[in-house]
Write a protein that binds this ligand. Structure first.
Ligand SMILES: Nc1ncnc2c1ncn2[C@@H]1O[C@H](COP(=O)(O)OP(=O)(O)OP(=O)(O)O)[C@@H](O)[C@H]1O
Length: 277
């Protein structure tokens, strides 16, 4: 039995299992600015978790700490129980963490399939010479990579787009492709940075269904940053609210929506913005 810390909000079905992520006293300073401090969070093995808060609260910085873009000034990150201290971005990815970005980062001139294959790359194994001389092992791996890429693209019904240039896809499809490429690295924790940004309500509704489908199909945890409260409150089981780099609340959608501190710092202004449009 794995003890779950008291600051945990993991769903019941994940209790007793090794959490996918445990952040303990995590923090980072940029010169005199403390961007994140005392960030303590546990994410369950199959949890969909949300990280919300006002602009500049430190959400993307948390993702950058988890993925090793930044090394923390203090604190610990355990990924599937393993301390990620000193890992590079690639090592953290191989250890099971993958992400998408607020601003789409695809290889625009490559095909959709090749973008997914880049994600698969950390699992393809053959000696260098097999690749250089196009030996049978290389072709076997290529065939497997093609099949895996098509299977992953089918999650979003994108198989027919495999040969298209990634940069030529409509915006919503590019966002979906980024998720597929991240999934191709076989993560146990998938981080999505504002996945619904720029999507219309029907695309967002479809995205919500797909996020749940990905969790159910791959049995992984998903943590997302999002300003679309319909999405967050609709699918996130545990929600963590950041303000000025500090966690001000953790809980279920109902608890967060009723929390006066969260309403004052964030949800109140979100509602006003929503009513403007
Ligand atoms: N590399 C850096 N150097 C200096 N300051 C930084 C750096 N990265 C982030 N910050 C600062 O850390 C704070 C948190 O920024 P961050 O981008 O994490 O916020 P956020 O919650 O993701 O905001 P948004 O919702 O607007 O994306 C901000 O004050 C930002 O200016």
């Amino acid at each position: 039995m794995v003890p779950v810390p008291s600051h945990s909000i993991v769903p019941e079905r994940d209790l007793g299992k090794m959490p996918v992520l445990e952040c303990q006293h995590l923090g980072i300073d940029f010169g005199g600015l403390t961007a994140v401090n005392e960030f303590n969070l546990t994410v369950g093995q199959t949890e969909i978790a949300g990280l919300i808060g006002p602009n500049g609260a430190g959400k993307t910085t948390v993702f950058n700490l988890l993925t090793k873009v930044y090394q923390p000034t203090r604190g610990t990150i355990l990924l599937n129980g393993k301390d990620t201290h000193g890992m590079s971005i690639a090592q953290a990815n191989r250890a099971g963490i993958a992400r998408t970005f607020q601003n789409i980062r695809l290889f625009n001139n490559l095909s959709v399939e090749d973008n997914v294959k880049i994600g698969l790359h950390n699992q393809v194994r053959y000696p260098m010479w097999d690749g250089v001389f196009r030996l049978p092992k290389f072709w076997k791996q290529e065939k497997l990579a093609h099949e895996s890429a098509m299977e992953l693209l089918s999650i979003f019904d994108m198989q027919d787009l495999a040969g298209h240039e990634a940069g030529s896809l409509p915006y919503g499809a590019q966002r979906r492709l980024e998720i597929v490429r991240a999934l191709a690295t076989n993560p146990s924790l998938l981080l999505l940075d504002e996945p619904a940004a720029g999507m219309n309500p029907s695309e967002t509704a479809e995205l919500m269904e797909n996020i749940v489908k990905i969790r159910d199909t791959f049995h992984i945890a998903i943590m997302l940053i999002e300003h679309d409260m319909n999405l967050v409150m609709g699918i996130c089981e545990g929600i963590c609210v950041l303000n000025f780099g500090q966690i001000i609340a953790k809980g279920t959608a109902e608890e967060i929506q009723a929390n006066p501190k969260v309403i004052e710092a964030y949800l109140g202004s979100q509602k006003k913005e929503g009513s403007k449009g």
